[in-house]
Design a protein around this ligand. Structure first.
Ligand SMILES: Cc1cc2nc3c(=O)[nH]c(=O)nc-3n(C[C@H](O)[C@H](O)[C@H](O)COP(=O)(O)OP(=O)(O)OC[C@H]3O[C@@H](n4cnc5c(N)ncnc54)[C@H](O)[C@@H]3O)c2cc1C
Length: 473
């Protein structure tokens, strides 16, 4: 243990972070003390903003020697409080914001190497500049960081076609809790030389080390998109339509998002410029998108043919096809703004759950009946990435109800929904992670052997427990 005083430790950390490398004024530090959803309010004396991997290495070595706890922070858009320090006032926040360079792009190798503090949009744009696609896409892409995406193994809207963040990473550079730098940025698609250690850090939510850079997979940019908002016959039709589209399009379905009527109504009510693209209301919709290497006319024809067949076989009742970039954007705007629209209806009780795609309709029905019994009058908005077997199963209070008692029922409702998801063989956290929010539930829904394995990994990499304490485990 260190003999240095707290003041001496902070002073040394500031030196190690270098000029412009830290924030300590209350007004600058405060945004780092609150998570995006304002569920947690912590305290920190210092936010470090180093501008190189080497500086981070020196900082971590010093933190290791002095037993100083470190909370890595990306864009602070995470939903589980993972980037927020605890209330003790002892934890240091380490922001990656100044480590924000695109290191290299190799269009022939279909790879891009970037610092962890790049925003997701920055990465997408760097790929676009060489006519390549980095397919990770999510509502927070303008502010979330690549390091945050990796650390939460973010999902987003194109998982169906391209996989989660984990599937898009060929290698990473990371700083271990004791300051050592581990790096595999060779950009190889095949490399079976021992344990694939990068996967320990991906999805670890900053509990095993600090990701400082990554080599990402790029893809050919689609030449055309076919986008449609379809009115489904019923909930079961969602799975039937998805399956048929995948089979008949040569697996060109990039996105398949489920949208209930209430979500459509709320988006039209609260989001400027959002309009229902169909003439009459339906119970369930899907926003679906094909992305193809063929030209626009061919893609549009394919989409029309497939949706025509779906209409004939009564899988869908109606469809609006996007005939221009503006119409495509309008459909996406509607989908992306569902969380925002729902927030105008009072607080919501949220779940980010997954089951096998084929079991999703049954789960949604059963869960809806369950929560309506628990919270009479509540309104269920279950929307999202049906193509990945992942919905955001969220409850709003009854119309006009602003009674704070609604949120007091969250724990009970979460527990009941998670019990049900366990019966369905699903996951209590499909894409948002564990952080602090679901830490205690993780222990309930993972087997003892799995928890022991996770603890063993944590102990091996972070023996003194300085990396993001209190999160995940
Ligand atoms: C509007 C909106 C839409 C969203 N949509 C989606 C979605 O579709 N799919 C989805 O999966 N998520 C979604 N999210 C959640 C969030 O954007 C993602 O989890 C994102 O990947 C978090 O990135 P961040 O940089 O903001 O991370 P932060 O919130 O800053 O951090 C998240 C976790 O990662 C750790 N961390 C951050 N950077 C590093 C690093 N360099 N090294 C080690 N640990 C690190 C933090 O300690 C924390 O535990 C959405 C959020 C918002 C606000």
């Amino acid at each position: 243990m260190t003999t240095l005083t707290r003041k001496e430790i902070l002073s040394r950390l500031k030196d190690l972070a270098g000029p412009g490398g830290y924030l300590e004024d209350r007004v600058d530090v405060e945004p780092f003390e609150v998570d995006f959803r304002k569920l947690y309010k912590g305290a920190t004396p210092l936010v470090l903003r180093p501008d190189s991997t080497e500086r981070i290495s020196k900082i971590m070595k010093f933190c290791f020697e002095t037993g100083t706890a470190v909370v890595p922070a990306g864009g602070n858009t995470g939903y589980c409080g993972g980037a927020t320090p605890d209330e003790s006032g002892e934890q240091i926040v380490l922001s990656l914001a100044r480590l924000n360079k695109i290191r290299s792009v190799d269009p022939m190798n279909y790879t891009l190497t970037a610092d962890a503090g790049c925003t997701l949009v920055q990465v997408q744009e760097a790929a676009e500049q060489v006519q390549r696609l980095f397919p990770l896409s999510l509502g927070a892409e303008g502010s979330c960081h690549l390091g945050g995406n990796l650390s939460t193994n973010a999902g987003g809207t194109a998982v169906l076609r391209y996989g989660n963040t984990r599937d898009l990473v060929l290698g990473i550079e990371a700083v271990l809790p004791d300051g050592r730098i581990v790096e595999n940025l060779k950009g190889l698609r095949k490399d079976n030389t021992g344990y694939d250690w990068k996967n320990l850090f991906i999805g670890a939510e900053g509990t095993l080390g600090i990701i400082t850079g990554a080599v990402l997979k790029l893809f050919p940019t689609p030449r055309s998109y076919g986008t449609a908002m379809v009115a489904l016959r019923d909930l079961d039709a969602s799975v039937e339509l998805l399956s048929m589209l995948r089979e008949r399009s040569g697996d060109a379905v990039t996105t398949f998002e489920l949208i209930p009527r209430l979500a459509m109504e709320l988006a039209c009510r609260h989001i400027d410029g959002v309009k229902d693209p169909l003439d009459q209301p339906y119970d369930w919709y899907a926003l679906m998108e094909l992305s193809c290497a063929t030209d626009e006319v061919q893609t549009q024809e394919l989409l029309e043919t497939l949706l025509g067949e779906a209409f004939e076989s009564e899988v869908i009742q109606d469809a609006a096809l996007a005939n221009s970039g503006a119409q495509r954007e309008a459909m996406w705007r509607m989908r992306e703004n569902i969380p925002e629209a729902q927030s105008h209806e009072g607080p919501s009780i949220k779940h980010d759950v997954s089951v096998q795609v084929s079991r999703m309709p049954a789960f949604i029905r059963e869960a809806t009946t369950l929560v309506k019994k628990l919270v009479p009058g509540c309104r269920v908005v279950s929307y999202g990435h049906l193509g990945d077997g992942n919905v955001h199963f969220n409850l709003s209070p009854s119309e006009g109800d602003r009674d704070p008692i609604f949120l007091e029922q969250a724990k009970r409702v979460n527990h009941a929904v998670h019990e049900l998801i366990a019966q369905y063989g699903g996951s209590i956290s499909a894409e948002h992670g564990i952080g602090r929010l679901k830490r205690d539930e993780l222990a309930v829904y993972k087997s003892e052997a799995e928890i022991q394995l996770m603890r063993a990994i944590k102990a091996a990499l972070d023996p003194t427990g300085i990396m993001n304490p209190g999160k995940v485990l």
